[in-house]
Design a protein around this ligand. Structure first.
Ligand SMILES: Cc1ncc(COP(=O)(O)O)c(C=O)c1O
Length: 380
């Protein structure tokens, strides 16, 4: 896996992505000015009766959204538009780009609620083509399609799609490629650099990182795409609040250091887990023995904090989770605390009982490894 700062271009004055994040929480330097951006809650602004300045209104855009968009766009390598949730970002891409008669190709392993939106579109005349095997089926399925939507790594099974190849095939067929990058964040993977046209992120996860924000964003390079996303948000009223934008911008400042610790924790856990006889089907894209590692190492900047594996049955998994002090059973991922999700309880996934997705947190690596080993021993 490539360390991020060797891989990612330095888009601003020679700074790497981590430094851009750290500096982004500060407003422009001024004598005796604050080091942290102030929060402005104003949604209405004085109108210039001489009509020199544009009229401003909070649903159309606000300073906190613009400041967050600037840093997220820089990190993704395009122009970002923020939304009031990851699903709002997903639905804006799907709804604003597709109408009756268009074809949508979507990974059958995409986030469940993304597929539910695809089902709604199908009921409105969109030709939806779900793919169970993207590498094998995409070359044919993309013919005549307007949009391809993929996730990589996939949630929760941690499979990797070759995004460069998917972009090449999509473009050759005249389709746009949108990649949901929630699992990686822009410091773990930059899909626009791999050829994608749109990158979608739920910032409630790795980017927000504290389990206290619901927010999402889409980044694109083409000005027409960006304008379409902005005008959809304007009309449908899906801009996030100033406070959520401010909190997310604060989180971007510590993204690099959190992701580095989460990745180190996932690497250390993988090393321990793959030696345990009761641990089956271990997946972590940063692991040299992962079936998708070769593709992952070509396109990801960091392996990230998410891994999955299977214990022999649900009771075994529950004994493990109850015996652990640091692994918190919870939905969501990417936060400070290590979290685990009992995937077999997800109604839409036919996976064997005992499968678990672990989102490594920022605990010291030794503590986490010791805790997991103790809990596995207790559960055995
Ligand atoms: C891959 C992925 N995309 C989109 C979403 C939706 O994001 P949000 O919960 O912020 O609406 C999630 C949420 O879990 C997700 O995991």
């Amino acid at each position: 896996m490539c360390p991020i700062d060797e891989h990612s271009p330095a888009p601003q004055g020679g700074l790497t992505a981590g430094s851009i994040g750290v500096r982004s929480v500060m407003p422009p330097r001024e004598a005796a000015g604050p080091l942290v951006a102030p929060l402005s809650l104003a949604t209405a602004h004085h109108q210039d009766l001489d009509d020199v300045a544009p009229t401003r209104y909070g649903r159309w855009g606000h300073d906190s959204a613009a400041a967050l968009e600037e840093v997220l766009g820089t990190l993704d390598g395009g122009t970002a538009v923020v939304f009031n949730s990851g699903m709002s970002a997903v639905s804006t891409v799907l709804m604003s780009l597709l109408g009756a008669g268009d074809a949508l190709v979507v990974g059958a392993d995409a986030y469940y609620e993304t597929r539910q939106i695809a089902d709604q579109l199908a009921a409105r005349g969109v030709d939806v083509r779900p793919l169970t095997d993207v590498a094998r089926q995409l070359p044919e399925a993309v013919t005549g399609a307007r949009l391809v939507v993929l996730e990589s790594p996939t949630n929760p099974l941690m499979r990797i799609h070759d995004l460069r190849e998917c972009a090449r095939l999509s473009h050759a067929a005249g389709a746009l490629l949108a990649v949901d990058n929630s699992m990686s964040s822009p410091l773990g993977q930059r899909p626009l650099d791999l050829g994608a046209d749109l990158v979608i992120t739920s910032d409630a996860k790795v980017v927000g990182g504290h389990n206290d924000i619901i927010l999402g964003h889409v980044t694109a390079r083409g000005p027409e795409l960006v304008e379409r996303l902005r005008s959809w948000r304007h009309l449908h009223g899906t801009i996030p609040s100033a406070f959520d934008c401010w909190l997310t911008r604060r989180s971007v400042g510590s993204l690099e250091i959190r992701l580095a610790r989460q990745t180190a924790n996932a690497a250390a856990l993988t090393e321990v887990l793959h030696r345990r006889p009761e641990v089956l089907d271990l997946r972590w894209p940063g692991w040299r023995l992962d079936p998708d590692h070769a593709v992952a190492s070509r396109q990801m900047l960091r392996g990230g904090g998410l891994l999955s594996f299977r214990l022999p049955g649900r009771d075994h998994l529950h004994r493990f989770l109850k015996a652990s002090s640091l692994v918190v059973p919870a939905t969501s991922y990417g936060g400070l605390q290590t979290m685990a999700n009992d995937i077999a309880t997800w109604p839409h996934l036919a996976v064997p009982p005992g499968l678990v997705r672990i989102s490594c947190g920022c605990e010291p690596t030794r503590d986490l490894v010791d805790d997991v080993v103790r809990a596995l021993d207790a559960a055995a």
